[in-house]
Design a protein around this ligand. Structure first.
Ligand code: SAH
Length: 343
């Protein structure tokens, strides 16, 4: 429930609306897992709430910790499905990568998320469950201070629930994640980007470009058949103009596919002078796809061309390659063992 929905819920029970703030604070700030812990709530109400609105909590089905502190969790839901959520330590704090769907229908050929097909959208509550699981994993005294919607699924294909989630985690008495510390990553659904630009939320938009021309992009991303590179870039430029926020282009470097110097030149040409930033991602190899990561020197040369064109570039720090880092890999492994849902 959003904070407003929760207020109406308490009013419908004949209770004062401020009970919503109290209960949500217990769940999202104190990470309470039962009504019994909520000592500021009268006993009769705690009993009633456990009957009519049981707290489902977050069930962690599997957990993998990498050497540098990254933890990947498999979070299970009531219907037997499960998704991955990843807690990452940075020098500026803890960030959590949240999934927005079970499986994915976008069909990017290098990604593990869609390999087992698409099952369903996640509800706002199921995304919140990932944040609760991540916050518990962080432990006492440490909080998740940034959230990236970069896990499995396409967030703009689950627009309403994702927006509800973003607004709810920003609520300052709950998780209190600042809008500027929330990033939404999309494969480039142009109408969704346009709609998001009108929400007035100062979040960061990250767009998976991965290629500077339609020919290269359609070979690796199915979505490119609907919206071409120029449509996507136009939507991003418009987003930056309307929101004043710099857009990030994600570019996963795949050996021999999109990593030539000609690709880098074309990319520089395409986005030069726009309010943006490029995040180069060395591909996380997914054995089923047959693609390989570009060699280190190729990544460096690619980056240099962009930098010389005056474009700001970062190379994504690799974390968790020893724990099935690519989106969807842990879930697939657990699926194979018959643990993570129906497919
Ligand atoms: N559907 C959204 C968010 C999920 S994926 C999107 O497409 O942006 C988050 C990022 O990881 C995207 O840029 C995606 O293209 C990239 N990605 C997926 N699989 C990858 C892999 N095996 N190696 C490197 N990047 C990958």
């Amino acid at each position: 429930m959003s904070v407003d929905e929760c207020r109406s819920f308490f009013v419908s029970l004949g209770e004062p609306p401020y009970r919503a703030n109290q209960v949500l604070e217990w769940v999202y700030h104190a990470l309470a897992s039962s009504y019994q812990e909520m000592t500021s709530i009268p006993t009769y109400l705690r009993r009633r709430l456990s009957e009519i609105a049981p707290l489902e909590g977050a069930r962690v089905l599997a957990r993998k910790k990498a050497r540098e502190g990254t933890v990947k969790l498999l979070v299970g839901f009531a219907d037997g499905n499960a998704v991955e959520t990843v807690l990452m330590p940075h020098d500026y704090g803890l960030s959590l990568c949240v999934s927005s769907q079970v499986g994915c229908q976008m069909g990017c050929v290098f990604c593990a998320s869609g390999l087992s097909g698409f099952v369903r959208n996640l509800s706002c509550g199921e995304m919140i469950a990932q944040l609760i699981a991540g916050s518990r994993e962080a432990g006492a005294g440490r909080r998740v201070n940034s959230v990236v919607l970069m896990g499995t699924g396409e967030p703009l294909a689950n627009y309403e629930q994702v927006l509800k989630f973003i607004r709810l985690i920003n609520w300052n008495r709950g998780f209190g994640v600042g809008y500027r510390h929330i990033t939404l990553s999309t494969c480039g659904l142009v109408p969704g980007i346009e709609r998001l630009a009108g929400e007035g939320l100062p979040i960061t938009l990250s767009v998976s470009l991965h290629a500077p021309d339609d020919e290269t992009r359609s070979a690796i991303m199915k979505v490119s058949q609907v919206w071409g590179v120029s449509d996507v870039v136009r939507a991003c430029v418009d987003y930056a103009e309307r929101t004043g926020r710099r857009v990030t282009y994600e570019y996963s470097l795949i050996a021999g596919v999109n990593d030539s110097l000609a690709h880098a030149d074309r990319l520089a040409h395409l986005i030069k002078g726009t309010l943006c930033h490029v995040n180069l991602i060395p591909l996380n190899p997914v054995p089923e796809t047959g693609f390989a990561r570009s060699p280190r020197q190729v990544v460096a040369d690619f980056s240099k061309i962009l930098t010389e064109a005056g474009i700001e570039v970062t190379i994504r720090r690799e974390m968790g390659t020893d724990i099935d880092a690519a989106c969807g890999q842990l879930r697939r492994r657990e699926l194979a063992r018959g643990k993570a849902g129906r497919r």
